[in-house]
Design a protein around this ligand. Structure first.
Ligand code: F6P
Length: 320
């Protein structure tokens, strides 16, 4: 292994920079040259890259986002795009490619691996935490803490005004962020795409809360549920409490990575470089039961990461 490429792809996640830094520096220890493709898969398709060395990744460890930039490339979903990318990897003389991204990036990496012999390893990084093959993705912990900080503030005003707040968190397809944020913020109700939406049930819980003497409530809803405004209307009409909606949005994607996100970036990068040195590709690095391990990209994309529904039950009990 003499030369590798790095690409960050899909939605950015805090800790991507920590991973870039770790990969570049661990490569330097092993005399591996590194190039970083610019703007995700688009950079690989258009062969836009920059040479990275231990000094070019100074001062980025604490920064959110990705210095390599990212994109959601439609062209990469076509055969032509994949072929162009594969040709460029060969032209650039890279023996390995480390992809830092979420579930879509794992799929992209798997598709690309059908067109090239370059060893491809993926480091899971996404605020959605929805990658099969790892207990946790880089960036998830940061997003949880960002949302939690916001909800702590919302709780102050909710209590003061005796209002019900519906707080929408990210998660177009999955509810990992909503569950973790809801549990740790002490939400009265948590709604996720994985559980069929039942408006009557939510209204019932809120009515009971009023009877129990709860003067304010917080509902955490994943954006993928898609019921934020209709639920707000229904609660005002049928429960008779004042409702406000707060959509947290893109603040959840940015910010300084927490220690946990940086830690995962460091240990996942170490494993990726180990795999590269062993000439192993087609793998996703992850954390399984607290240990760094790897599974095949094919296994990762063929399975859906299960959401721990027990945590929803626990949150419900805690909101008595
Ligand atoms: O990064 C994951 C995610 O935040 C999803 O939860 C969200 O739906 C999506 O990205 C939106 O991102 P974009 O607007 O960049 O497509």
């Amino acid at each position: 292994m003499k030369k590798i490429g790095i690409v960050t792809s899909g939605g950015d996640a805090p800790g991507m920079n920590a991973a870039i830094r770790a990969l570049v520096r661990l490569s330097a220890w092993n005399n591996i040259q590194v190039i970083g493709f610019i703007r995700g898969w688009e950079g690989v398709i258009n062969n836009r890259f920059t040479v990275l060395n231990p000094r070019s990744v100074s001062g980025i460890l604490h920064l959110g986002g990705t210095i390599l930039k990212t994109s959601r490339s439609l062209e990469f979903k076509t055969r032509e795009g994949l072929e162009k990318a594969a040709v460029n990897l060969e032209k650039d003389g890279v023996d390995g490619l480390v992809v830092i991204g979420g579930e879509g990036s794992v799929r992209g990496a798997y598709e690309l691996s059908k067109f090239t012999d370059v060893k491809i390893v993926v480091l899971p990084a996404s605020i959605d935490n929805d990658v099969y093959g790892t207990d946790e993705t880089i960036g998830f912990d940061t997003a949880v803490n960002t949302a939690l900080d916001e909800i702590n503030k919302i709780r102050d005003t909710a209590i003061s005004h005796e209002r019900t707040f519906i707080v929408e968190v990210m998660g177009r397809k999955r509810g990992f962020l909503a569950v973790e944020v809801g549990l740790t913020a002490g939400a009265e109700v948590i709604l996720v795409p994985e559980v069929p939406y039942n408006e009557e049930n939510v209204l019932d819980i809120l009515k009971k809360n009023v009877d129990k003497g709860k003067s304010s409530s917080i509902i955490v809803i994943a954006e993928g549920v898609g019921k934020t405004s209709s639920l707000a209307e229904a609660i005002e009409k049928k429960v008779g409490v004042e409702v406000r909606v707060s959509i947290l949005g893109y603040v959840q994607r940015g910010g300084n990575p927490t220690a946990r996100s940086r830690h995962l970036a460091s240990i996942f990068s170490e494993k990726a470089i180990e795999l590269m040195l062993d000439g192993v590709g087609g793998r996703l690095v992850g954390l399984m039961n607290g240990r760094v391990s790897s599974i095949s990209l094919e296994e990762s994309i063929s399975n859906e990461k299960p959401l721990n529904l027990e945590l929803l039950k626990l949150a419900e009990k805690l909101a008595i």
